[in-house]
Design a protein around this ligand. Sequence first.
Ligand code: C2O
Ligand code: CU
Length: 463
Amino acid sequence: MISRRGLLRGTAGLATLPLLPRSLQAQAEGPQLLEARPAQAQIAPEGYPKTDVWSYGGALPGAEIRVAQGSRLTRKLVNSLPAPTSVHWHGIRIDNAMDGVPGVTQKAVQPGETFLYDFDVKDAGTYWYHSHNQSFEQVARGLHGPLIVEESDPPDVDRDEVLVLDDFRLDPETGQIASFENMHDFSHGGRVGNIAVTNGVFNATLTAEQNERLRLRLINVANAKIFELELRGLEGWVVALDGMPLDSPIRISERLLLAPAQRADLIVDVTAEPGAEAHLVRFEGDEGYSQVLFSVREKASDSRRDPPLPLPPNPDMAVTDLDDAMQSQLRMEGGAMRGFASAHMNGREVGFREAAQSGKFWALNGTLGMPDAPLFVAERGQTVRVMMQNDTVFPHAMHLHGHHFREVLPGGGLGPLRDTLLMFADERREIAFVAHNPGDWVFHCHMLTHAASGMMTRIKVLA
Ligand code: C2O
Ligand code: CU
């Protein structure tokens, strides 16, 4: 195992690794290219070999795409990989044909071929893009990047930092990405790495000034890792989750959990003094590690600013008519330690052992993998409620494409808008949303080995 720097250990002698440069803003005339291709990256600390990765444009993570709310985003995917691929624009309320799901919204793009993605971006916020073909392998090899949609009236901050949180499983000898043929990853908690990185680098370091106000856009692109985060020398608020503004900022007073695919926008003030360090701390059990170190150089001002205002809401997000909603259910079963009695696979009922032999471990409503019929068919504009029951012993990060939902809380309140809901073992939780976006939308676990081994279904919204 590669050792990780402990939080409070001395930092003398640690290399200060620069972050990857920002891409230029999308403003060219013709379609800009998004080339998926092999590359090399220094993921492990210096002294270790570079790692062979799959990248967008040679960078890990892929170059940041930053556009204005209400604009059109156009990228021509060029597949220079040795495998078919596609791009999914995670969290974007997108035209269904541009959603990037092979077998559902498009054909996989073969090596040497291209695909033009071209769509309106209605909502401001923090999103990301990633491969949606063989995702458990391709995203883990590096095919992901941040997609930032700027508000026309952005909050008053000194700096906007995108922090892509990830982990890799590297062979400690060679520094190369470990094999994907590991049944334990499929049947248990997913492929968790042995080195955690931010923006593709281990021990990410930034500079900061006391009383500086930062917007931190956290994106968890890991295959299965749930990041447990705390702030040290930073104080602030969560202002958006999964891209969508909270009705009012929530002061950060406890650990923040970020499941695979989830995002959190924080507005934080640097409270550490000049010469000191601030940290975004990652917890592994009781041990804290520095996920991002902010080395505080000077004082930006003598005092902190007033608490931030809420971000402007995105259009047409109301979840209404809960009492007249269509009701649906999603039962999650399978995995190690509990399994299932029987489930539907390729037109017949199979037991857990037989399913496992075909590499399928998880069932949604008794079916392993994409069912013949959608979970439900909704009229456009209809409110839908889905009661989800996690009958497994593992957590799952359930992601619905093309829509954001709110959790219907026990007692009747509504949770924040999200596109990915983290559900722990034996939890039963209900979500509600307005099916406003026509098309076939997949609904799956974002622990990507789980999606690949059964936790995948879809819904249909009529035009
Ligand atoms: Cu981010 Cu279907 O995925
Ligand atoms: Cu899962």
